[in-house]
Structures are given as structure tokens and as C-alpha cells.
Design a protein around this ligand. Sequence first.
Ligand SMILES: [Zn+2]
Ligand SMILES: [Zn+2]
Length: 125
Amino acid sequence: MNRGFPTYDWKAAPEGLVTRRQLRARGLSPGGHGPVAQLRCRKCLARPGRTCTRMAWLYRADLARPKRVPTPAQRRALERAMDARRTCPLCRIRYEFCLPLRTLGSCWPCADPHPATARSQALAA
Ligand SMILES: [Zn+2]
Ligand SMILES: [Zn+2]
């Protein structure tokens, strides 16, 4: 708790002051400015004398900026990175989920030294 900041009770914050969560819900970010006040949590509303330990920061809505939206190029780079994490470097199969490449280094069938089905089928063929 910072005594230098104005403190408001839950739902009693003045118009124009919003929590980070409220900013996020509107697709906004503080836009570089710091909190200007703090908000006591909902539980403390029933206990006014209590020192709130779960204070939320309040930001000025008028200073908030739209959250940075990734450019098409950034989104493509992101998709490429996702592809790399979903594609097995050994069998080149692309999965619908991320592979444990950092630990296994490949997909599960490739990492399993005793493939119950896949390899024995391949040998039988
Ligand atoms: Zn509280
Ligand atoms: Zn594989």
C-alpha cells in the first residue's frame, strides 16, 4: 500500500479511473503512464478499517492507448514460429499442437525408442 496515492473503495473510483483489467477488457493499455490511484478490493468494502492487501492500481482512461496490434508481417513471423514448434524435425509431420521439442527434440513417435505400432508395421510391410 502506498499512502501517496489516493485510495478508493471498490466500485467507488471516480469516473475516468479504471483498473488494468478494465483497460484490457476495452483493448487498451496504460500507454506508458503509471497508476494514479489505487482501489481497495471488494472484500474490504465490508471492512472499512482493514488495510487492504489486494489493492488494484487505477489508471487514467483518457491517457490509455489501444493495445499494439501486430502488423501482418509480425503475425506471419509468429505463425512461422508456431509452425516450427509444431513440426517434427525428424519426420517433418506437422501436428495440430506444440511438440516438446526442447525436451524430446521431436514428436513422440520419433522420440519413442520402442514404437509399439508404427515401426513394427513399417518393418512388416
Ligand atoms: Zn482489500
Ligand atoms: Zn517425428
